[in-house]
Ligand binder design. Structure first.
Ligand code: GDP
Ligand code: MN
Ligand code: MN
Ligand code: MN
Length: 244
């Protein structure tokens, strides 16, 4: 049972540039303890990995031109989305895609907020690998979650979700646990990494607060591996979208 947790903003982080060590920047500003979990906004992970691109560097293909015309978007932006995607699930009224690392989101998560004008920011190529590399640079034993702010189907509002993780199982398996009447749970898998990312994202803010890292203290260890990305063959919603 989780009795209580506390979340703490890491203050004073600078504008992040290619090559910056997020691990060092964070651990020099916040006294980490073993077992603290660190949430980091994908925006700054991308910046540290040099994933900033000039919009003008993209040359739109025929398909990008057609989609862009339909959406009233910049064809170079659409081209960038196509290049970051392994599959397009919807091309109107917005671009819903599967990124190359398996995350389903709008516009391949390409961001124009918190980046200079004329530039775009791609998501990290492999956010779980990014999380692992950051974790290895820490002087303490801390799981790491890379977050992004995403919309969700069926509901208003964006929330933070986990797009990469290292040092924890992103899913908590409740199967075989018993409910208050002694009945065994059969299917409940809890997306703990998303739950944690959601709360961390609440502290980070979306605009100019400059607070892309949050330390979560007091969680149990969620041991084990696993992924949050549902394989295509299990995903009934994706099958319906793909058949359109
Ligand atoms: P996303 O959710 O990963 O797309 O990231 P956001 O663009 O919503 O930014 C999350 C937080 O990180 C906000 O508090 C931003 O102000 C902050 N942020 C974005 N870029 C930087 C940066 O280069 N340095 C710092 N210190 N904060 C940043
Ligand atoms: Mn942003
Ligand atoms: Mn984002
Ligand atoms: Mn955000």
């Amino acid at each position: 049972m989780i009795e209580s947790v506390s979340l703490h903003l890491v203050r004073g982080l600078p504008v992040i540039n290619k090559g910056d060590s997020l691990a060092d920047l964070i651990q020099s500003r916040f006294e980490l303890l073993d077992g603290d979990l660190i949430c980091i906004a994908s925006t700054v992970v991308s910046k540290s990995e040099g994933r900033v691109r000039e919009l003008s560097s993209y040359t739109p293909c025929e398909r990008a031109l057609a989609i862009a015309k339909n959406l009233g978007k910049d064809p170079r932006f659409v081209q960038a989305v196509l290049e970051e995607s392994s599959e397009i699930l919807l091309d109107r009224p917005f671009l819903l895609v599967v990124t190359r690392f398996g995350h389903v989101c709008v516009n391949a998560g390409i961001d124009q907020s918190n980046v200079p004008p004329g530039k775009i920011l791609l998501l990290p190529e492999n956010p779980s690998l990014s999380a692992e590399m950051i974790r290895r640079e820490l002087n303490r034993d801390c799981p790491v979650i890379i977050t992004d702010t995403c919309g969700r189907p069926f509901r208003f509002g964006v929330t933070g979700v986990a797009i990469g993780w290292s040092g924890l199982s992103p899913i908590r398996d409740w199967r075989e646990a018993t409910d208050i009447h002694g009945r065994k749970l059969e299917i409940t898998l809890e997306a703990v990494a998303d739950e944690i990312a959601g709360m961390a994202n609440l502290l980070m803010g979306e605009a100019g607060d400059s607070t892309p890292a949050v330390v979560v203290r007091g969680l149990p260890r969620f041991d084990g591996g696993g992924s949050m990305f549902m394989p295509e063959e299990q995903d009934v919603i994706r099958a319906i979208l793909s058949s359109k």
